[in-house]
Design a protein around this ligand. Structure first.
Ligand code: SF4
Length: 153
């Protein structure tokens, strides 16, 4: 829902902190996740993420979450699925050239990143192209594995 998505960007700072806290908590559980098996846990986590992130961010469950880098705005809501900044068609009022009723995802992303404050450079990180094979998998578990230096499953 667009209204909730815009609210999330308006409250990007708080949600970013909540995300950081969640990741830290999940990282503590890494040894347990290892024992249980990340593969086994993936479906359950992905279902929770779909509900929560779907509601708050209109997340498209790409499995490669960039919310912390993109001002708590999901770039997958861009009709062109651009993950590294806007196309050349942003309207003068900041709305999308393809969906005139929607603020360009990258306008909201920039606003959200300004609210988060630091590091501003996070939005400048070049995102890799979306890997469609990861769609529907848990981005949270992937982030924990990355943080803990564990290999992909
Ligand atoms: S205007 Fe923004 S949201 Fe619309 S297609 Fe271009 S980059 Fe994507």
């Amino acid at each position: 829902m667009k209204r909730v998505r815009y609210w999330s960007v308006k409250n990007a700072r708080g949600l970013h902190w909540a995300y950081q806290g969640l990741e830290a908590c999940l990282a503590v559980l890494h040894p347990i996740f290892m024992r249980l098996g990340y593969r086994r846990l993936d479906r359950g986590f992905a279902a929770v993420e779909k509900l929560l992130k779907g509601f708050l961010f209109d997340s498209q469950s790409c499995g490669q979450c960039t919310l912390s880098e993109t001002g708590m705005a999901c770039p997958m809501n861009c009709p062109k699925s651009l993950r590294n900044g806007p196309c050349g068609g942003v309207r003068a009022n900041g709305n999308c050239e393809i969906e005139p009723d929607m603020v360009c995802v990258w306008v909201t992303s920039w606003q959200g990143s300004q609210r988060i404050g630091s590091p501003v450079s996070a939005i400048q990180v070049i995102q890799t192209p979306v890997d469609v094979r990861l769609k529907g998998s848990s981005a949270w578990l992937r982030a924990v594995r990355k943080r803990m230096g564990a290999s992909e499953i």
